[in-house]
Design a protein around this ligand. Structure first.
Ligand code: GLA
Length: 742
């Protein structure tokens, strides 16, 4: 395990527990991608660069540079000098000329992994402290390869880090202007991978508001294909993830190459098949709307991309991502703690609530074991609907008679913790803040700005605005005993102009916005280290690895319907640990789709996430109230398993149009929990056989629901028989407990 430079062959071997990534230096100058996949352990692999097929030796065949450049598997391709595939780096100089070419200069290999200034990043230590901005620590290694464009005098540092306990290869790039003149970065992607097309599909996560992260699979074809976001957030519609996988691959079999972006703004994720049937995968900040001014001596850091290879299908890829994020990205103290079962008043009351109503919810909730009340939107300014008051983070004393602290203390007296909702990045045109500081909203002078949900977006490129927004939140948190914050963001960025940036810097605004957001979140978790933070953006519009660096959980979707959630949570769990997925039981008919599902099914589906309720508990039937107590007890029983275990996808209703099934297995294989949801009943069927996964083959497991005992092998190979249930939307859980004799 680790990183080695083979001097004689001039190749880098980047090794993870199960994979290898090889890079070669050709003619002391060009950095090429040799191989990524299962371990080969042989530095002679350099022939895979195929440099003899289209050689370029400046002293002999300068005329053939173009065919070399357009076929060479550049590790970090540049724009304008002969490689016509998608580039990672495009630079314009002060005279307007564009073109860039990089030559290897030096490298360094060291223990640990540096942090990225102002950006979320994975870290080596598996504790919450992280690496800090410049700290190094044990548990992994980093390779820094320095390249240079001698004409522009630009230095590019490519970083590759690996961890002792994970197969990820994490990449980022830093661009430094070592010349005397200003330069303009027109495009800086973070990483590129070169593969051969061997009958691959590509996989993305797509959707919409309330329909996030549905898994999509299509054949890779000639040209460019992929996903992106220009909305200023990672988005509901497309996710900063792309993978190519064997067409015949599945959960357990086949090669998968994945890239996931540790960033929360605009992105491009693409695979391109070229004239030679080779594939280029790239990922980074979307170049559209981006120009970064690089002053002499200044540097720009492109955010991190996680590259993941699995030779054992999607299941292994998911395990690797889950473990990486749990051990090397999420810093929250709650990561390994049971989160309080919460009740949120949004779907219960919307804007129509007051102190009394909230206390009555808390009182009833307490009887059934619920542990925290979260007061959602509508507690501040004049906010009785979504038309006003964002930015005016002052308690509405008409609704909250006696003030916030009084309410919090009353809720605590009922025996519950208290949580609160904010949307700090926004301003309503109808607000005191806007009347005072209309210049703080993103806008293009003279052009009427586009409203979204009757609101504008604050200009987070401005330190003064960032400070105001942060202090608004912090002031409230300092004023009462608040345990939890739901940080929301309810519209995309448009009219991306700042009244406070000089013209040439306007192209930096999208990225500066994200940096401003990260700064606020960093300040928040620093000042309030015990706060449980849940990010949210109209549901799951900013569910990305970047946000997980700050919060251990993210609201998965505004769609709380148990059946819709199956597909959303399947797509989310493809990459994210279940402990990060905000999931609640809500009322029926469901407010988004109008469907009615059994209360038990809603519970089982929400138990795959952080778990809580979003309904008026004072108004549901006594029978449903009683069910809550049972669900809460089940939550406490299975929480550690769901939070810490290995996740397996057993069946997908998306594919079989009948039922969904997933499983969580304890790391020590002592127990496993299978959840099955029969979405649509089928006529004239026998029971279904499900192959349980991940058990210890020779151990004995008892199925708690029936008392039946069998070996791991039996449950996995023979399978679990799922009876045919009467009716639609029926769910069951199956708990296997190891019963080996000591
Ligand atoms: C967003 C969130 C919801 C709720 C509302 C409040 O849509 O996703 O959960 O907080 O805002 O306005």
């Amino acid at each position: 395990m680790g990183i080695i430079f083979h001097e004689e062959e001039q190749v880098f071997q980047i090794e993870t527990p199960n994979t290898e990534y090889w890079i070669g230096i050709v003619d002391g100058a060009y950095l090429g991608h040799i191989y990524y996949g299962k371990k080969i352990g042989d530095a002679h692999c350099v022939y895979l660069l195929r440099t003899e097929e289209r050689p370029f030796v400046p002293s002999k065949n300068r005329r053939d540079k173009c065919s070399f450049a357009d076929s060479f598997p550049f590790e970090y391709p540049t724009w304008g000098t002969g490689d016509f595939r998608e580039s990672c780096l495009s630079i314009r100089n002060a005279k307007g000329y564009r073109g860039c070419e990089l030559f290897y200069e030096s490298h360094e290999i060291f223990d640990g992994k540096p942090g990225l200034k102002g950006l979320p990043a994975t870290f080596c230590k598996s504790d919450r402290a992280g690496a800090g901005e410049s700290g190094l620590n044990a548990g992994g290694q980093t390779l820094e390869i320095t390249c240079r464009d001698p004409f522009l005098n630009v230095k590019v540092v490519l970083r590759y880090s690996v961890f002792d306990d994970n197969d990820a290869v994490v990449r980022s790039a830093e661009i430094v202007n070592e010349g005397a003149k200003e330069l303009y970065l027109e495009k800086v992607l973070s990483a590129c991978l070169t593969l051969e097309d061997e009958d691959y599909d590509y996989l993305t996560l797509n959707g919409s508001w309330a329909r996030e992260r549905h898994i999509e699979k299509s054949p890779v074809s000639y040209g460019k294909q992929g996903v992106d976001s220009g909305r200023g957030i990672s988005s509901h519609q497309e996710h900063p993830f792309i993978a190519v996988m064997d067409r015949k691959g599945d959960q357990d079999r086949g090669a998968v190459y994945a890239m996931h972006f540790v960033y929360s703004g605009n992105f491009l994720a693409q695979v391109e098949k070229n004239q030679f049937d080779s594939l280029r995968m790239v990922m980074g900040i979307h170049p559209e709307g981006f120009t970064w001014v690089l002053a002499p001596g200044a540097s720009f850091t492109a955010p991190e991309v996680v590259c993941m290879y699995s030779s054992e299908g999607l299941g292994k890829m998911s395990h690797n991502f889950h473990d990486l994020y749990r051990s090397h990205l999420i810093r929250s103290p709650y990561l390994h703690q049971e989160r309080p079962v919460l009740i949120n008043n949004w779907e219960a009351t919307y804007f129509d609530f007051d102190t009394e109503k909230l206390i009555s919810i808390a009182r009833e909730a307490k009887k059934h074991g619920i542990e925290m009340l979260v007061m959602d939107d509508g507690w501040f300014g004049q906010r009785d609907n979504d038309q006003c008051s964002l930015g005016d983070w002052v308690v509405n004393s008409r609704k909250l008679k006696g003030g916030l602290n009084y309410l919090v203390e009353q809720v605590k007296a009922e025996g519950l913790k208290f949580g609160i909702w904010f949307e700090p990045e926004m301003v309503s045109p109808n607000s005191e803040l806007y009347r005072l500081h209309s210049d703080w909203a993103l806008q293009i002078p003279g052009r009427p700005a586009t409203q979204g949900r009757a609101q504008y977006v604050l200009d987070l490129s401005q330190p003064e605005v960032v400070d105001y927004a942060y202090q608004s939140v912090a002031k409230i948190l300092r004023s009462a005993d608040i345990s939890y914050v739901k940080w929301d963001m309810n519209r995309p960025l448009t009219d991306v102009g700042s009244l406070h940036l000089e013209g040439k810097y306007q192209g930096e605004l999208f990225h500066r916005y994200v940096l401003g957001l990260y700064e606020m979140q960093e300040r928040l978790i620093t000042e309030f280290p015990d706060l449980l933070l849940e990010n949210c953006a109209s549901g799951g519009g900013r569910f990305d690895p970047g946000m997980l660096y700050y919060s251990p959980q993210i609201w998965c979707s505004d769609d709380t319907d148990a059946i819709e959630r199956l597909t959303i949570q399947e797509g989310t769990a493809l990459l994210y640990p279940l402990s990060t997925m905000g999931a609640h039981v809500s009322d029926c008919p469901n407010h988004i789709v109008g469907r009615t599902t059994p209360f038990a099914t809603r519970g089982h589906v929400a138990l795959a996430g952080t778990f809580g309720y979003e309904l008026d508990i004072t108004r549901i039937s006594a029978a449903q109230q009683a069910e809550i107590s049972g669900q809460v007890a089940l939550y406490h029983k299975i929480q550690p398993l769901v939070r810490e275990g290995d996740y397996y996808r057993l069946a997908s209703w998306r594919e079989n149009h009948h039922y969904d099934a997933w499983e969580v297995v304890a790391k020590d294989k002592s127990e496993a929990l299978v959840t099955v949801v029969q979405v649509v009943a089928q006529a004239a069927m026998r029971s279904r056989r499900i192959h349980v996964k991940g058990l210890a083959e020779d151990s004995q497991y008892r199925l708690e629901e029936t008392g039946q005992v069998g070996t791991g092998k039996l449950w996995m190979e023979g399978g679990l028989l799922i009876p045919r249930y009467e009716g639609d939307f029926i769910s069951r859980i199956y708990h296997f407990v190891r019963v080996d004799e000591e």
